[in-house]
Design a protein around this ligand. Sequence first.
Ligand code: PRX
Length: 643
Amino acid sequence: MSKETKFKPSASFVKQSAFPSLARYKSMHRESVKNPKKFWDRLAKEELDWFAEPKKVLEWKEPFSKWFGGGKLNVSFNCLDRHLQSGRRHKAAIIFEGEPGDIRVLTYQQLHDEVCRLANALKGEGVKPGDRVMIYLPMIPEAAIAMLACARIGAVHSVVFGGFSAESLKDRILDCGAKLVITSDGGYRRGQVVGLKQNVDQAVASCPEVRRVIVLKRTGHIEKLNEVDRWWHDLVKDQPADCPPEKLDSEHPLFILYTSGSTGKPKGILHTTGGYLLGAHLTTKWVFDLKKTDLFWCTADVGWVTGHSYVVYGALSNGTTTLMYEGAPNQPEPDRFWSIIERHRVTVFYTAPTAIRAFIRWGDHWVKKHDLSSLRLLGSVGEPINPEAWLWYHRVIGGGRCPIVDTWWQTETGSHMITTLPGAHMMKPGSAGLPFFGVDVAVVDDQGKELKPGTQGKLVIRKPWPSMLRTIHGDPERYAKQYWSEVPGTYFTGDGARMDKDGYFWVIGRMDDVLNVSGHRLGTAEVESALVTHPAVAEAAVVGRPDDLKGQAVVAFVTLKSGQKAGSELVAALREQVSKEIGPIAKPDQIRFAEALPKTRSGKIMRRLLKEVAAGGAVKGDVTTLEDLNVIAALQSSSGEES
Ligand code: PRX
């Protein structure tokens, strides 16, 4: 299909929207980038509740920013207490559906009380402002409660996705120096109990600094706790439902979230209080065009940044009702999501292209069984959405009447950076759209020169923005080098993109050694180091291969130590090794054995070549053929193509 196909939001949508015209967006965007301090100062004061108003909007010493200096606030106060005074006290804050079908509703008052009880319990355990707390929970309300309880007392949370292994959890606990872990006995996924507690036990065994593990009872299959463990319900039962929120500096750290980079282990992205909250709050409000009556469902797990900014902080600071679902989209049947939308009357639905492609595969008949007429707006996030998936989403899920916002952003950006504003902008399937307010993005060449519309280059951000990451936890040099040295004077996103003549951005994907598998970021270096921990492996190189469903699939090229035998048993063992080191999401889709890996004369692995081999390879599945990559490398070298 033509890339220039445009869709207009319907007149009735435009009429009720906060930004009903392109002209309004344009003038406000112009103002926001021309005079960002004035723009953000006004919004910070209008939209957030401060104990002390900020005095200095921005202090910028590239690459380090401080926003809203002198301001004091508390994120949990903004997400809870302020709604108790505003008529939302008894409104549902969270509607939760567990995979087995259990439903719970927490009003703002009830959520406030639960958060305060846990906050008091954390204080009782000696947690002080600035201390790090690990959260390793399923998608249940307690995940949000734990995050908000930390925010309330100024503790810095680090949520680890429940699909990560004990080893990954251990690395993160050690890197951020957490002394307390919050987990559950398990959660439900695909009809099974996922045993989170065993992973915590294993991780904590190598983390002597951890002095307490709080265990929520969710599945009830654990009876005995270890010495370091306490039941959540025991710790909170006598705690008062009131805990005064700490008055925190705007730059007080709020959370550390680990994400994959192109080198080494995942890095701890640090977000702070005022700027992050303003970004999450405003994008939720305007990009999803929130109304008082909305039921907002973002399907992301709280272990990812999308869960942080849109399931929890952005939704609750706006006083909206956020829906949380614990389990898999095809449990018990492939229509679970549609039955949830129908049952609860979800109005705004936000999910990932990889999920949409799975829904397409499962068939329209699953959708047709349900009444989705409550939906009024759809969102997409995590990877480029192919136009075919966009059109299906628009027609089959949105009934042709719901605009789609395709939101481009990153763990590091904290909130949406490029997206259409649903009432103001035309939509172009496959393009994320236009920059959000205050965001100055451009496509540039290696020297930082802005490229003409239509030309592909590096996607950069040229001005600081409130919800930007502040640093990599414990490694400011890596932060400066990783993001601010590639294109001088700008933040390099790692993505390649082009801008069209209307100023719409078309994100192509990562330019670095980061894969995007089902919308999840994975560093090739991480998977490689997991593979070489296996005693049979001499060397490993991991690349991405285009995949119809997942966006990218993981292909590993492996050379073996002498005397080791390639075969399907070893393939299974290597996949298991990666699952153990990182988590099941990182398991290679294909493992290919080679005599040697193709290298440049300076010894660098020729990834471009491997990508071509992986993409064009006729071999499918877990093959165990031995590939003579030397020959290809020699050919490639002689034609001067070195990566
Ligand atoms: O490559 C871009 C892709 O996901 C990367 C960020 O991944 P992560 O930090 O895990 O955050 C995912 C959720 C925000 C980006 O560098 N990406 C994210 N959203 C889009 C996207 N690519 C194209 N279109 C999007 N809407």
